[in-house]
Design a protein around this ligand. Structure first.
Ligand code: ATP
Length: 239
């Protein structure tokens, strides 16, 4: 039997004020997979991620997670169900230390009792953060701040991580680290939805992908098929 999706969005319509930016987006994410969301600047990736996380209320459509409707759940309740967003731009509080930032990530009632264990795991995954645990987050490099944003999301013990353009502005080596990490998290059983502009790298690690253009899904499929698709090769890979 076909595996049922962990996350399923149907016909999401959303916007800002009177301006509609998502015009009926549907997608599904299988458990234990990496799904990549491709699309150029302004395609609506961030709006979609924020809608899934409950930070933006859709005008129409529905979202289900693990068989349950999320439609009436606030953002913090979605975190409690196992959905963590790593926002574009990282949204790090510069004056908190690394460790204080991680404590914020474990704020929820379900995560707090596991704080020590989650912290040890985060530091094992990111030794750089362990070295800098007492430093203020604002003093970290861009790559380290991205690690911290991911580590903060993991502190909530999510089942699904929404990663919004995690490699934006990072040096190639650091971007590779992020992609390797995504694979590692998948191996550990997590499910990832990754919005990315690095089409080549993200299709290389993903299981499936969606292409968003002007607020609509225009292509979807297995990552390997998308990487070989002539439209992707000309429009997104410059081949
Ligand atoms: P980017 O790579 O630039 O983040 P994106 O694919 O994530 O692009 P969104 O940020 O979701 O796209 O933007 C989709 C559309 O919504 C764009 O036309 C953008 O100008 C518009 N938009 C985004 N945020 C707002 C806002 N706060 N108010 C009004 N319009 C917005």
């Amino acid at each position: 039997p076909a595996q049922s999706p962990l996350l399923e969005a149907r016909d999401l319509v959303a916007g800002y004020g009177a301006i509609e930016v998502l015009h009926g987006v549907s997608l599904s994410v299988l458990p234990g997979s990496i799904t990549v969301l491709l699309g150029s600047n302004g395609a609506g990736k961030t709006s979609l991620m924020r809608t899934l996380a409950g930070l933006m209320a859709p005008w129409r459509g529905s979202i289900r997670f693990d068989g349950e409707s999320l439609d009436r759940l606030a953002a913090h309740e979605r975190v409690g169900r196992g959905i963590a967003l790593v926002p574009e731009g990282r949204m790090i509080f510069p004056h908190l230390t690394v460790e204080e930032t991680l404590r914020v990530g474990a704020y929820g009632a379900w995560a707090r009792p596991h704080f020590a264990e989650s912290l040890a795991r985060a530091y094992a995954l990111f030794p750089r953060l362990a070295e800098r645990r007492r430093q203020s987050a604002g003093a970290l490099s861009g790559g380290e701040q991205q690690m911290l944003a991911i580590a903060r999301a993991l502190m909530a013990r999510p089942r699904l991580i929404l990663l919004d353009e995690p490699t934006l502005g990072l040096a190639p080596k650091m971007a590779r680290f992020v992609f390797d990490l995504a694979r590692e998290l998948r191996s550990a059983g997590l499910t990832l939805l990754l919005a990315e502009q690095d089409v080549r790298m993200s299709l290389a690690i993903a299981d499936q992908g969606y292409v968003l253009e002007n607020g609509r899904i225009v292509m979807a499929g297995a990552a390997g098929d998308l990487a070989a698709d002539p439209r992707i090769r000309t429009s997104y890979l410059g081949l």
